[in-house]
Design a protein around this ligand. Structure first.
Ligand SMILES: Nc1nc2c(ncn2[C@@H]2O[C@H](COP(=O)(O)OP(=O)(O)OP(=O)(O)O)[C@@H](O)[C@H]2O)c(=O)[nH]1
Ligand SMILES: [Mg+2]
Length: 298
């Protein structure tokens, strides 16, 4: 049994309530998934998911402002939008991120937008699978589209954004971080790239650099747009680009590779003998080959 407020209900009741539109039940369900409750995760993963967009990029480029703009546009068209803000810096018990709430000004007051911050600092392993389950839970609760904001352009973020159907990579006018995204393999997964803060100098140049980087590879058709979340310019073109994303077979294979390897990692790290095996390795009692064999056998 799990408590929500004064009530308490078991996981299956919680799922029924959340599907019937109870925001409290949905919030509780998302908390349980975030904490790794396997029964909830397994139950919601059996629901099919609506379209999800991963919005990622280096810190401070305006992802939250842009997510807020996009959520409002989709919601104004009548869609119900779920927004997940993945926050690697705050502890899992920390709840919502004040900063993101503040930058999600429009989403916060729109009754068709549901915003949830997901703190990941103290979560052990398995974030990608939990994120997948959260997307399913939001779909089950009646959302028509899910936006997932995640910070960073490294391997961990690739594991997370690979769980979404399409990826919007955001950069700013004065950053070289896109080079990191390219090195990590994130650029080749992006379905749309935007240079935000188009109101500031340097954005044309940044977009030209990204276009020339893409031109040589398989992602040469990927749109690179200049937008300003602040002045709301270029946003309609961005929405159009997001609506017209063509799935690319080569990218789908790479995404499934990330999804599968994340799922395998989750499985291995949550193995009951994982921690004791690490201790045995550190103490020199077993070799790495023996460690692998032990975990696989279990
Ligand atoms: N000039 C200008 N500033 C912007 C624009 N979009 C966002 N900002 C500002 O950039 C700062 C960061 O915006 P956020 O939306 O929080 O950026 P973020 O990428 O979500 O940041 P993290 O989640 O911390 O990585 C804020 O001060 C915004 O007001 C824009 O289009 N133009
Ligand atoms: Mg943000």
């Amino acid at each position: 049994m799990v408590g929500i407020g004064d009530d308490s209900m078991d996981q299956s009741q919680l799922i029924v309530e959340a599907s019937n539109g109870s925001r409290r039940a949905l919030a509780r369900l998302l908390t349980l998934i975030q904490q790794g409750d396997q029964e909830c995760i397994d139950s919601v993963l059996s629901f099919s998911s609506v379209k999800s967009i991963g919005i990622t990029g280096p810190p401070g480029v305006g992802k939250s402002c842009l997510t807020d703009c996009l959520a409002k546009i989709f919601a104004d068209k009548g869609e119900r939008i779920g927004v997940l803000c993945i926050d690697p810096s705050s502890p899992i018990s920390g709840g919502s991120l004040l900063g993101d709430r503040m930058r999600m000004e429009q989403s916060g007051v729109h009754d068709r937008i549901y915003v949830r911050s997901v703190a990941t600092r103290n979560s052990h392993g398995s974030m990608p699978l939990r994120l997948k389950a959260m997307i399913s839970a939001l779909s089950m609760a009646g959302m028509d589209r899910i936006l997932v904001e995640t910070v960073g352009v490294g391997q961990t973020e690739i594991g997370i954004v690979s769980m979404t159907d399409s990826i919007l990579l955001v950069d700013g006018p004065d950053r070289g971080d896109i080079v990191q995204a390219e090195k990590a393999g994130l650029l080749e997964l992006a379905d749309v790239v935007v240079v935000n803060k188009g109101d500031l100098p340097g954005s044309e140049q940044a977009a030209a650099n990204i276009r020339s980087g893409l031109a040589l590879g398989p992602a040469s058709n990927v749109p690179v747009l200049i937008v300003s979340a602040l002045n709301r310019t270029g946003i309609n073109e961005l929405v159009e680009a997001l609506e017209n994303i063509q799935l690319r077979a080569s990218v789908e294979i790479v995404k499934w590779r990330h999804r599968l390897s994340s799922a395998i990692m989750d499985e291995l790290v949550s193995n009951p003998s994982f921690d004791s095996t690490v201790d045995d390795l550190a103490e020199g009692r077993i070799s790495i080959e023996q460690a692998i064999q032990r975990i696989i056998r279990q």
